[in-house]
Write a protein that binds this ligand. Structure first.
Ligand code: GCO
Ligand code: MG
Length: 424
């Protein structure tokens, strides 16, 4: 239709409803609950009665994020338009002056995920639709198999294969070392944050390097090359030791070797990269794109393990993923049990969309946790599927949550055999 001003009038696609009516943030509160382990959740409520939730859990340091949110973030959120996700993200990031860091970025992530949840609910669409729609039907996930020794670990991997997993991370006790990283103490749900004060563990790189390649040889000779196998070195090696391990593991063709060495110095990965073709993954402790920039643009890694909760939410993680895609680096979101079902739900939506998706970590939550956080993502045949409910598809049962009060728990520490402090 011509309006006489030289342009054509667009007929309203919204049947008269105004999608630009502000959704005013009326209230926000933090819910701390411990259904088997501690979780921190932010709930934001709007003028239209729509609410959203975001995860703010920082394992072993939970209450610092609670204070950050309650004392510094919630007061500045009230009255803002929940639709302005980007502006609120920038306000919280730039406005803090003290940028980055695990506490700040988790608090920002909680707000961001709750706002994406609200916007998707307001528009009546699943979150993946807001991001650009699905790029795949299901999301490839890896489970955690672990055992006290080689045989137990080989059996544990077999159980995961039987359960339908197409990708399995294998961690094992090492002969001569007590309390190895990644090994549960008898039950299904491995929880490293297991004591009020940190448990002391002992580490020996020579013992580990003697043992690990044999474990993967055994796994390949038992199960062949079809299942993807992964391993987490959990920051224990120096760059040259990591290079040696990567080389020794080449015949076993891992999907990735994770956290081979700490990455505070991103250049450290150059040395590993020069020596091995074992694919490298890193990033679960990163908080912003600046932690990963050199690793990505120099193609020193293959998978970036940053998570939604750890890295300022969906708004920031998609920026990281887009940057990584320029260098053929793929995503591999952290997904241990200390990331709540809210993060898992949001991640499955993110992974369903992200074009340069690699793999999603999936450590099952306990039945108590699943009850407190009803959700519609589901595991089937090695893949995780996002639901179609508007939003990210995860809720919190506040009454039930209140029955599980916070219990202080910390992660273990590690020392070398001579007593020197090392990286856990
Ligand atoms: C992983 C991680 C976890 C961390 C834990 C710390 O790859 O899943 O390394 O096991 O240790 O998230 O809180
Ligand atoms: Mg890890």
């Amino acid at each position: 239709m011509d309006d006489g001003l030289g342009g054509a009038k667009l007929s309203s696609p919204t049947n008269g409803a105004n999608p630009y009516k502000p959704l005013e943030i009326r209230a926000a509160r933090v819910i701390v609950t411990s259904p088997g382990r501690n979780f921190v959740t932010l709930k934001i409520e709007t003028s239209e009665g729509i609410y959203g939730i975001g995860d703010a859990t920082l394992n072993g340091r939970e209450l610092s994020v609670v204070s950050y949110l309650e004392d510094h973030v919630i007061p500045v959120l009230i009255g803002r338009d929940a639709r302005r996700i980007e502006d609120i993200w920038q306000y919280l990031y730039r406005g803090a002056y003290w940028r980055r860091g695990p506490v700040t970025m988790r608090a920002i992530a909680a707000v961001d995920v709750a706002l994406w949840d609200i916007k998707a609910k307001a528009l009546g669409v699943p979150l993946y639709d807001l991001l650009g729609g699905k790029s795949r039907d299901g999301v490839l996930v890896y489970g955690h198999a672990n055992g006290g020794d080689l045989n137990e670990t080989v059996e544990a991997v077999g159980r995961y294969i039987e359960a339908g997993y197409k990708a399995i991370r294998a961690q094992s006790g090492v002969p001569g070392l007590k309390l190895a990283y990644g090994v549960g103490r008898g039950d299904l749900y491995y929880e490293p944050a297991d004591a009020t004060l940190p448990t002391e563990t002992v580490w020996s790189t020579p013992k580990y390097l003697d043992f690990l390649p044999g474990l993967f040889e055994k796994l390949r000779s038992t199960y062949g090359f079809e299942p993807h196998l992964l391993h987490d070195a959990h920051h224990r090696l120096t760059p040259i030791e990591a290079a040696q391990l990567g080389k020794m593991l080449e015949p076993s063709r891992l999907f990735w070797l994770e956290d081979a060495t700490p990455a505070e110095n991103q250049d450290a990965f150059k040395l590993i990269r020069q020596h091995t073709t074992t694919p490298l993954a890193v990033g679960e402790v990163f908080n912003t794109i600046w932690d990963a920039k050199d690793l990505i643009q120099n193609q020193l890694i293959d998978y970036i393990r940053m998570s939604i909760v750890g890295s300022g939410g969906i708004t920031h993680l998609r920026r990281v993923a887009d940057f990584a895609s320029l260098y053929q680096v793929r995503t591999g979101c952290h997904g241990a049990t200390d990331l709540s079902p809210v993060t898992m739900g949001a991640a499955v939506h993110f992974d369903s969309w992200v074009p340069n998706f690699g793999m999603q970590e999936y450590m099952r939550h306990s039945p108590e946790t699943d009850e407190v956080f009803p959700h519609d993502y589901r595991f089937e045949n090695g893949l995780m599927f996002a639901g179609d409910t508007p939003g990210h598809g995860v809720d919190i049962d506040e009454k039930l949550a209140a029955k599980y009060p916070y219990k202080p728990k910390q992660l273990p520490v590690a020392r070398l055999e001579d007593g020197t402090m090392w990286n856990w």
